[in-house]
Design a protein around this ligand. Structure first.
Ligand code: 8YV
Length: 321
């Protein structure tokens, strides 16, 4: 009997993929540098039973319509804004994601980025490395305190809750805004539900953890940055398109806010000439929220399990649609 065909849009480690070869005929895109080209992706989608995709693969209606055998798209991410979920439903294609396994790891990175930005760690490390540390002075690389400050979390999902837990460990006052109020999180962690405007006005650290949707696109814009405290630090670990980068650049350079820690950008990857990279007050990371070895292995394993389950007629453990 022929095995179902799975195309994986990046090279994953053989030790993760090989055990699945017993049940699946698997091809992986093998360039380590380049993303799979849309033409190749379409060609594969037309013949595949399953696709294992990354955020940078755009799986839109046009691909799904032509993918006659396709039964499952397993996205190696908790977010799925790269996939047209409505079109997948229409064509009876199951979409899965990787929630839970990346929650704590992404919260670690979020808090680390907040600390690195507030305490100017990247700037200070570069200062030492470049041989600039010639003497001590009272305000050398002085940053902002974190403990006992107010953090405003926009988007109280699983990762939001895990960030709130870390913030409480630092004796921070935690405000949050979410479409729906989370009473159980309030009871458990002593966090306070406020309006978006209140949060923007009061928070010393504004942390974006919202998914990218029509409602959240450019949610953090000129008007919003303008309402933040002058000492506020903006942290974005969700999606670049929820912020207006030009407005952010302007807000920092004109002193409307203090700085930003960014793991995501409007268009990724960014080049070395990106204007935000020229600012000492901004720490930029290459979208590594979930990038610990342990978590990435768990995400890959979960995605492959989801593919196999769907192709064997079983329910995947983390379906989106
Ligand atoms: C991705 C992410 O895992 O899960 C998400 O939604 O943004 C990251 O954790 C990473 O970009 C790989 O696709």
């Amino acid at each position: 009997m022929t095995k179902p065909y799975l195309f994986i849009t990046r090279k994953l480690p053989d030790e993760v993929v090989d055990p699945f070869r017993e049940h699946l005929d698997i091809t992986m895109w093998d360039s380590k540098e380049e993303a799979v080209k849309p033409e190749r992706l379409l060609k594969e989608a037309k013949q595949a039973d399953g696709l294992l995709t990354m955020l940078s693969d755009s799986i839109h209606e046009d691909v799904l319509r032509q993918a006659e055998n396709l039964k499952v798209v397993a996205n190696l991410a908790v977010g799925f804004d790269n996939i047209d979920i409505e079109a997948a439903k229409k064509h009876n294609i199951t979409v899965t994601n990787t929630p839970d396994v990346l929650t704590e790891t992404t919260a670690d990175l979020t808090f680390g980025l907040l600390m690195a930005t507030a305490r100017r760690m990247m700037e200070a490390a570069a200062f030492v490395k470049e041989g600039e540390w010639k003497h001590w002075s009272p305000l050398l690389m002085a940053g902002s305190d974190i403990h006992h400050k107010t953090i405003g979390i926009v988007g109280m999902g699983r990762i939001g809750e895990a960030v709130a837990k870390r913030a409480r460990g630092f004796d921070m006052n935690v405000l949050y805004y979410n479409r729906t109020r989370k009473q159980e999180v309030e009871d458990k962690l002593g966090v306070e539900y406020v309006s978006f405007d209140h949060l923007i006005n009061k928070a010393d650290f504004v942390v974006s953890l919202v998914p990218l949707t029509e409602e959240t696109e450019k949610l953090f814009n000129e008007v919003v940055f303008n309402k933040m405290k002058r000492e506020a630090i903006f942290i974005n670990v969700s999606r670049g398109k929820v912020m207006d980068e030009k407005a952010l650049f302007h807000a920092i350079t004109s002193g409307e806010i203090k700085g930003a820690g960014l793991d995501v950008f409007e268009e990724e990857p960014i080049s070395a000439t990106h204007p935000l990279l020229s600012l000492n007050e901004v720490v930029c990371l290459p979208h590594i929220g979930s990038a610990s070895r342990e978590t990435r292995y768990n995400m890959m394993k979960l995605s492959l399990d989801n593919v196999l389950n769907v192709l064997q007629g079983k329910d995947p453990s983390t379906p989106v649609n």
